[in-house]
Design a protein. Structure first.
Length: 323
């Protein structure tokens, strides 16, 4: 059995407690087929000493920055204090090449200050976007998304977006079934698309108004059918225009994009958990043909259905790759 993937969380002075705990909670809930832990999560400070949090208490850790040298993934949560940039630079210089580095919320300021984000896409808390752009004009900041995955560097928006990012990493490493189980253990939504808007205006519903939830539940039971926007609007008892507006208010994306996302998620689940042929999975997920499924999966994940199955199916051998 291989050693668990090591995640090292760096707590800087003034660290925000909620975000500090996200990596340990999410990665700690990711388990393999025999309930073996898939990740080991360590927490360190630059000098190994306690640091104050943004709340009324301090945190005591067992590791200093030397723990970063043995990390497979480094996570930097947000903080409100100051830090020794020279000491952090020295610590990051010792990180192994290829180590994945991720930030939560304004932890992205640390990555940007170290020059790691120059010329690369990133996000941060939408409320800090103007300050971020002034300080780091060379970073391709997108303040309107929940997280950005740029391979070995990942950044997320504020607070709960850190949960989305960690679940995304689990899904990237081990597939949607493992990520979904981890989400269930933590009682959080298993999937929010990284491109979803950070800040969504949700008007208070009128009495007895369930919004788009009923039509979304209805659609999830019929993903194999060729559902149109008009079908959704008719089922919801709304005009197409009203349905589209309500979807954006409540979900953060258009009905069509939401439907495609659900179909991709259904296809991924079937690829991971069944030995059905790819063309059958395409029909069950509502893509119609294997070609359409390949196009959508490649556009979303950059891989083919067969490659995805080989990676994430527990018996991903040649017998399961037939199309």
């Amino acid at each position: 059995m291989s050693a668990p993937h090591r995640v090292v969380v760096l707590a800087l002075d003034g660290v925000i407690p909620f975000e500090l705990g996200i990596p340990g909670r999410i990665f700690g809930a990711a388990r393999g087929p025999a309930e073996e832990p898939l990740y080991e999560v360590l927490t360190c400070t630059l000098d190994g000493r306690p640091v104050r949090t943004a709340a009324d208490f301090a945190v005591v850790v067992d590791h200093d920055a030397s723990a970063l040298t043995g990390a497979d993934t480094i996570a930097i949560p947000p903080f409100t204090g100051a830090y020794d940039q020279a000491a952090l630079g020295t610590a990051l210089d010792g990180v192994r090449p290829g180590t994945r580095i991720m930030s939560i919320c304004t932890g992205s300021f640390v990555l940007a200050a170290a020059g790691l984000l120059d010329g690369r896409p990133a996000t941060s808390h939408w409320g800090e976007a103007d300050r971020f752009r002034r300080m780091f004009p060379d970073v391709r900041l997108d303040p309107d998304v929940l997280f950005v995955d740029d391979g070995d560097l990942l950044t997320s928006a504020g607070a709960a977006a850190g949960v989305d990012l960690c679940l995304h990493v689990v899904r990237r490493d081990h597939g949607s079934e493992v990520a979904n189980r981890a989400a269930r253990r933590c009682v959080v939504p298993p999937w929010r698309d990284g491109g979803q808007a950070q800040y969504i205006e949700r008007p208070v519903p009128e009495p007895y108004d369930a919004g788009t939830a009923p039509v979304r539940a209805w659609a999830l039971e019929r993903l194999d059918l060729p559902l149109s926007l008009a079908d959704l609007a008719e089922q919801a008892g709304m005009s197409v225009r009203t349905l589209s507006r309500r979807f954006r208010e409540e979900v953060g994306m258009s009905p069509g994009r939401w439907l495609t996302r659900q179909r991709i998620d259904r296809a991924r689940h079937l690829l991971e958990t069944s030995d059905l042929p790819v063309d059958r999975i395409a029909r069950l997920a509502g893509f119609g043909t294997a070609v359409s499924l390949r196009q959508h999966l490649h556009a979303t994940l950059g891989v083919s259905p067969i490659a995805y199955r080989r990676t994430f199916h527990p018996e991903g051998d040649e017998r399961l790759t037939r199309a």
